[in-house]
Design a protein around this ligand. Structure first.
Ligand code: NAD
Length: 333
């Protein structure tokens, strides 16, 4: 039934049921790295919950998955780290029309047309790296956005992450740890040969491999990383996102270099087509494109909700027909 045809009591029941179910999916996905359903199923149910809560705001509660980043506080046994600047999620859209609606809202709220930096949406898990005097001193996961897990020893086994930057700066940078497609295929083959359950996808494999109590296990998993964010761009003298990526490269941080700056949203279609065409060729998984306002003054004006920045949005690719097993075969040929 369309949301606007529901009675209040039907809406209350459905909202509560979806909040409960999506929370359970979240626990399996974020804490156990073993999803119960495919992402597109989660995304569809989540979109329905967003629509219900928008129409019936009296049923929004602080525990709703729409109000929280990631899962609950994690119970992996790793030490906890508090993020002084919360690590947020991203709002998402599934069509060019929805992307245009997001741009209309953004332009209206800013009173001007911003430029955008387009980036690949890397299918991994978010990571924060703290460098002091150019040295890596702490690495942590996003967790519930405010409290994450200390994975410093594990991250030090990832070759792509420099232990020492080329400049002696104090900065926290954030990005994505991912499992290259090749490592994923090898890992699942080895797990199956060993009688172990294979990982559902490279994202869950990356998360399961990083959130280990024994760094030797992480080392064997051959993870990699891309860095794309800092809450302290002034440390780098950068005034927009594309400059930040250039400065990260100067520092020796791993950056994904297929980003592109556009003047208006109607240029995004070409980039999405290009990414869709390249997707299978890339050595790592992507699940969409991230659009970011390319001007920090405007970003600060837009600000964040409790869960997502208003200055960025993820365009998610439609679900792939092929399941993981089929994809694995494609990757190995
Ligand atoms: P998300 O993964 O959809 O998007 C936010 C994340 O994108 C950021 O935290 C960051 O880690 C990442 N990212 C990758 N490239 C980036 C870039 N270039 N710039 C900025 N960020 C980038 O959001 P989420 O909150 O981590 O997870 C929600 C999604 O997880 C859902 O949409 C769903 O697909 C999936 N999920 C699935 C299940 C399931 O049961 N299958 C359960 C929960 C969540």
């Amino acid at each position: 039934k369309p949301v606007d045809q529901l009675t209040t009591s039907e809406a209350q029941q459905e909202t509560a049921a979806l909040q409960k179910r999506l929370t359970e999916y979240g626990v399996a996905y974020y804490e156990k790295d073993a999803p119960l359903v495919e992402d597109h199923v989660y995304d569809e149910e989540y979109a329905r919950l967003v629509a219900l809560e928008a129409r019936f705001p009296q049923f929004v509660n602080p525990d709703s998955p729409t109000q929280n980043v990631g899962g609950a506080e994690t119970k992996s046994g790793l030490p906890k780290v508090t993020h002084p600047v919360p690590m947020l999620s991203l709002g998402d859209v599934f069509s060019l029309d929805e992307l245009q609606e997001w741009e209309d809202r953004t332009v209206k709220s800013l009173g001007q047309q911003p430029k955008y930096n387009l980036e690949l949406k890397i299918d991994g898990l978010a990571i924060a790296l703290r460098y002091e005097n150019g040295r890596l001193i702490q690495a942590s996961t996003r967790g519930n956005g405010v409290i994450g897990e200390d994975v410093t020893a594990n991250v030090k086994t990832i070759k792509a992450v420099p232990q020492e930057l080329k400049e002696k700066v104090n900065i926290e940078v954030r990005g994505e740890v991912y499992m290259p497609k090749e490592s994923f295929v090898q890992l699942n083959e080895a797990r199956e040969a060993d009688g172990q359950e294979p990982f559902a996808n490279p994202r869950n494999a990356a998360a399961g491999s990083l959130r280990q109590l024994d760094a030797k296990v992480t080392r064997a998993r051959k993870l990699s990383a891309f860095i794309y964010y800092t809450a302290e761009p002034e440390v780098l003298g950068a005034t927009n996102q594309s400059q930040v990526l250039e400065r990260f490269a100067d520092l020796g941080l791993p950056t994904e270099t297929h980003n592109r700056v556009i003047n208006k949203m109607d240029e995004v279609g070409d980039y999405i087509d290009w990414c869709t065409a390249q997707r299978d060729e890339l050595p790592f998984g992507i699940d969409g494109v991230v659009v970011k306002v390319n001007n920090f003054d405007l970003e600060y004006d837009l600000g964040n909700t409790v869960k997502v920045p208003r200055w960025a949005i993820a365009y998610k690719f439609p679900p792939e027909e092929a399941n993981t097993v089929v994809r694995e075969i494609e990757w190995t040929v």
